[in-house]
Write a protein that binds this ligand. Sequence first.
Ligand SMILES: NC(=O)c1ccc[n+]([C@@H]2O[C@H](COP(=O)([O-])OP(=O)(O)OC[C@H]3O[C@@H](n4cnc5c(N)ncnc54)[C@H](OP(=O)(O)O)[C@@H]3O)[C@@H](O)[C@H]2O)c1
Length: 256
Amino acid sequence: MKKIVILTGATGGLGREFLKQMLKEEIDEVWAVARNEQKLLQLREEYGDKVTPVPADLSDLEGIKKIENMLMEHRPRVAFLIHNAGLAKMGNYNDFSIEEIDKIINVNCKAPVMLTKICIAYMGRGSRILNISSASAFQPNPYINLYAASKAFERSYSRALNAELEGTGITSAAVCPGWIDTELLQKEINGKKVRFPGLVTADRVARQAVRDAKKGKDMSVCSLYVKCQHLIVKILPQRLVMKIWMAGIGKYLKES
Ligand SMILES: NC(=O)c1ccc[n+]([C@@H]2O[C@H](COP(=O)([O-])OP(=O)(O)OC[C@H]3O[C@@H](n4cnc5c(N)ncnc54)[C@H](OP(=O)(O)O)[C@@H]3O)[C@@H](O)[C@H]2O)c1
């Protein structure tokens, strides 16, 4: 039986680092999932035959079904399931179209839950689920409201799932990084260069996440900056936490 990894968002900044980490494991294939087939083929060229490109749109039920059908056909053992694909957009609640809202919720919330449900049947002792949430899951974040709420969903689902899985040998870890230097970040808003406090590399996040997941932890936080943030937002009233956040991002939102 083949031992595989399912990695979504494999072509993105963090996805590529997870791919590098997974290729160090004793596995036969990494099913690399994303929409852009060309980029997936480039990954295979760069990292070799263990990379199996799986072009699929996870905002669409068809994309999820495609992975389910592949699993039914090949019946592998899923050693790692990494829900890394994610969509983010900064803006006022009114700046989002209905279609954008649908896509963000589908990719960030529905896809991980559905894929988990499908994949657990192919897992066993030692299998690891990694849900790439975010430090923005720790607090309500105006102007990245939908993204932060979707990441809070992912974190909460992941940790409760881990409790439900107790005794099976399968674990689920919520990975909660702060800002990571990838293309997801809007580097300029309204002509202003954005500062990202506590910015870390994708390599550091992926390494720590895999290490923590292997230890069976239900949460992975890779930097002291985010660990402090996590503690502070637990202690302070959420209204105050939001005020502090707004003070930090307010300058980017005004057109002046
Ligand atoms: N960057 C940060 O500061 C940061 C901080 C905390 C958490 N995170 C989380 O880390 C994860 C990875 O982020 P990143 O920074 O690496 O983002 P990224 O560079 O923008 O990569 C996003 C990946 O998701 C894939 N994707 C997007 N929509 C998809 C869809 N509908 N179906 C299938 N795949 C889709 C993209 O490929 P295609 O476009 O080809 O589909 C790409 O591979 C995300 O979950 C994000 O929320 C990021």
